[in-house]
Design a protein around this ligand. Sequence first.
Ligand code: IPD
Ligand code: CA
Ligand code: CA
Ligand code: CA
Length: 270
Amino acid sequence: ISSGTSPGELLAIAVRVAREAAATARRMRDEAIGDVQTKSTDTDVVTAADKAVERQVVEALRAGRPGDGVLGEEYGDAGTTEPGAVRWILDPIDGTVNYLYGLPQYAVSLAAEVDGEVLAGVVVNAATGDEWTATRGGGAWRAGRRLACSTETVLGQALIGTGFGYDPRRRAHQGRVFAELITRVRDVRRFGAASLDLCLAAEGKLDAFFEKGLNPWDHAAGGLIAAEAGMVVAGLNGAPAGSEMVLLAPPALFPVLHDLLVELDAAGGA
Ligand code: IPD
Ligand code: CA
Ligand code: CA
Ligand code: CA
């Protein structure tokens, strides 16, 4: 593992480590996913595989790059946050519920951030081996092809991806927003792995995506990939993409979907 911090070097490391992690997730799915436990709520599951994959990635990064920090879903934040230092942002298995049920839509998501800016990211669908990558300013790529997002401009003709969090109160709110949204768009998809949703949007297989309540590990890599494919990636009312909202859409569609979500978010209650 090199010690460089250029986007290209960081991406090369991310791809190598994420591929190995995806292989572990896949193997454990075939052999034994181990213990299944719940975290914040009864719907929030975590398997022994989520933890094993995270440990493997943290060990690989630590061994090769002891000066870097790592933020992972299962074990939290570790290491430096010094100015100019690299922080890796990891979702060891995004789509754990799909993983549990054997649905082929779960992924390893790994991004490299410096001073709050994501410079490189990779998402590997561990079930299929499909890989999406991006570096800041260097475009988004899959299987050697540069990606471009949808050019849809009409909300009524847009296919929108979304997701639901694990907190029942938030879900109830999301359900109210959803009930109204489906009357205004072509259709809605909920595939169950946010990082992969963002990659699908990057290649035009979803016209737009939004979700409230995501964590950095869900959208750090996929957000860069979608942005590098031409999407506007942001929150509501000028905020950056974050736990309040991750919204992405092609430039012409963004304001229309944004304003609708602001309206529905307010009408949907707490
Ligand atoms: C979840 C998935 C899901 C999204 C949830 C996430 P996890 O991540 O990305 O699609 O709707 O908000 O928490 O728990 O499977 O890594
Ligand atoms: Ca989880
Ligand atoms: Ca996740
Ligand atoms: Ca996860």
